[in-house]
Write a protein that binds this ligand. Structure first.
Ligand code: FAD
Length: 540
């Protein structure tokens, strides 16, 4: 092992969504020497930039850590993929680019649980600080207009979307003018971090513009294998480069773990911070017995209804091999054409339980079948056009966990999502699925809708719908909560995201969420990192 003589003030482990925000904000002070370490490579893969191709990262696991759940007992014992980005930008370089802040009452719930600095009024300034919103809204004072993270409404054009909006009105669901504004409930055009027709990741927004700062060092393809402690004070990290050689780098002020909801608890445990019995079993010296590290895992699970389309929509013609090739090149170089967006531009939020103060169900629209592909006459027939709607259970009661299987840092964690383990979760997702179906069956969609192919009209009773959900339900890729922030002593981090029981160590990423919010969690993770940067500045 080599000890690296160069010291830093702060070491950030993981250049994902949170890590990129922190690197930017901490280096605003020229006195801070910051090292940002990322296990993955640079984000040079052209597919990252092209919005239409985001699903390819899930299908083919490019730039992925390779996690799958253990057989899920309430999902027909299926092992469900849990794709996690291993590349500059982390998951923000491979995600679906939908921007949702969540609901005002999500943060009020956190505040009521004792996290007084995390209520809606307290987090709103940070949501505003991160974003530049480029769209219509009646909630101008709630939106950010000069932040680094560019957000725009989906531009995808298909008459199907207007018909869905009409169907939502027919059904009394309402249209949300701006779901990140005053009122989240209703169906609306999605908001996306796409800028000039290209993915605008956390790396694009926060990191690349400041890479020239002399007080910022970025190390790529370096895997942090454990944290170094002097007693109970974190003093640095051990990392393995591409040649496998181990180096130690020291931090004079703090080590900040931003390795994501699965890897952050892993790194803590490998370093001796975690449930003592698990650590001892793997022969790891206990620095701090922290029973909740790796517990409290939450994610969004979803179930779809799908229809064949009477007449092909505009997307089908554009996926003819020759046209699509041209459009992919156009999207990469000029940010124009069909590949500069993707056919899924609507988002809805509703309540199965009318008494809930937050939406319990999200509706995601698919404007084309997930398995559409490039086709060409004679060589490969065109796909059958279709569309669908996916219900997402926003506030699961079920909790999963990540557990150590080895003291070898390269061995992946054992992951249990424990999806749909409670009757209330199963009920809410089933009712959410029925809402998707009822919405899709409104007369406003008659001219587009042919027969239902997923799950098919024969699936009607609650038992049949439950069986469909067990057999086909998929994650929306929002794992969080495994290093829970709380005001209680059992929580992993306190309200300033400092790891309890040790010094000079914070966790800043999706893992600190006390519970999951009403929607996609990327923008909330950026907000958390923005807020954390201020805590760190104040502590200096
Ligand atoms: C396929 C997919 C689609 C999604 N779609 C959306 C969406 O449309 N909208 C939305 O809001 N959210 C979406 N999400 C979720 C969202 O992108 C993530 O929740 C968010 O990016 C997580 O940020 P993070 O900082 O917690 O972790 P990450 O962004 O995962 O960052 C962690 C980083 O740490 C690195 N790392 C981990 N361990 C180590 C180590 N030991 N040493 C060095 N580096 C390490 C990783 O390689 C990674 O770069 C999606 C996620 C996925 C995977």
């Amino acid at each position: 092992m080599i000890s690296n003589s160069k010291n830093y003030d702060y070491i950030i482990v993981g250049a994902g969504s949170a890590g990129c925000v922190l690197a930017n904000r901490l280096t605003e002070n020229p006195e801070n020497r910051v090292l940002l370490i990322e296990a993955g490579p640079a984000d040079r893969n052209p597919m990252i930039k092209i919005p239409l191709l985001w699903m390819q990262f899930v299908k083919h696991k490019y730039h992925d850590w390779g996690y799958e759940t253990q057989p899920e007992p309430h999902m027909d014992n299926r092992e469900i993929e849990c794709v996690r980005g291993k590349v500059l930008g982390g998951c923000s370089s491979i995600n679906a680019m939908t921007v949702v802040r969540g609901n005002r009452y999500d943060y009020e719930r956190w505040k009521k649980a004792g996290l007084e600095q995390w209520g809606y009024d307290e987090v709103l300034p940070y949501f505003k600080k991160i974003e530049s919103w480029d769209g219509e809204t009646n909630s101008n004072d709630l939106r950010g207009h000069s932040g680094p993270f560019k957000v725009r409404p989906s531009t995808y054009q298909d008459p199907l979307y207007d018909a869905y909006l009409a169907a939502a009105s027919q059904m009394g669901m309402g249209i949300a003018e701006d779901y990140n504004g005053e009122d989240q409930i209703g169906v609306a055009r999605s908001q996306q971090n796409i800028f000039k027709g290209r993915r605008f990741s956390a790396a694009d927004a926060f990191l690349k513009p400041v890479l020239g700062r002399p007080n910022l060092t970025l190390k790529l393809k370096q895997f942090v294998t454990r944290l170094i402690f002097d007693g109970s004070t974190a003093t640095g990290v051990e990392l393995a480069g591409t040649n496998g050689q181990l180096n130690v780098v020291t931090a004079e002020r703090e080590v900040i773990i931003s390795s994501g909801a699965i890897n952050s608890p892993h790194l803590l445990m490998l370093s001796g911070v975690g449930p003592a019995d698990q650590l001892k079993q793997q022969g790891i010296k206990v620095v701090q017995d922290a029973s909740e590290v790796g517990q409290n895992l939450q994610d969004h699970i979803s179930a779809s209804v799908g229809y064949r389309r009477k007449k092909p929509g505009p997307f089908l013609a554009k996926t003819r091999f020759d046209r699509l090739t041209v459009d992919l090149v156009r999207a990469y170089f000029f940010g124009t054409g069909v590949a500069a967006d993707f056919p899924g531009g609507l988002n809805g939020f509703t309540k199965v339980d009318a008494s809930s103060d937050v939406p319990d169900t999200q509706l995601l629209f698919n404007g084309a079948p997930a398995d559409s592909y490039p086709w060409f006459p004679i060589v490969k027939p065109a796909w059958q056009d279709g569309f669908g709607c996916r219900a997402v259970l926003l506030h699961p009661e079920s909790r999963g966990s990540v557990e150590l299987v080895s003291n070898n840092p390269r061995k992946l964690m054992k992951l249990r999502q424990n999806f749909l383990a409670t009757e209330r979760d199963r009920y809410t997702l089933r009712e959410g699925f029925k809402i998707c179906r009822e919405l899709s069956e409104q007369s406003a969609l008659d001219k587009f809708r042919s027969d239902e192919f997923l799950p098919g009209v024969k699936v009607r009773t609650d038992d049949e719908i439950d069986a469909h959900i067990r057999a086909t339900g998929i994650s929306v890729h929002h794992p969080c909560g495994t290093c829970r922030m709380g005001s209680d002593e059992q929580s992993v981090v306190d309200h300033q995201l400092k790891v309890r029981g040790v010094n000079n160590l914070r966790v800043v990423d999706a893992s600190v969420m006390p519970d999951i919010i009403s929607g996609n969690i990327h923008a909330p993770v950026l907000m958390i990192a923005e807020r954390a940067a201020e805590f760190i500045h104040q502590a200096r």
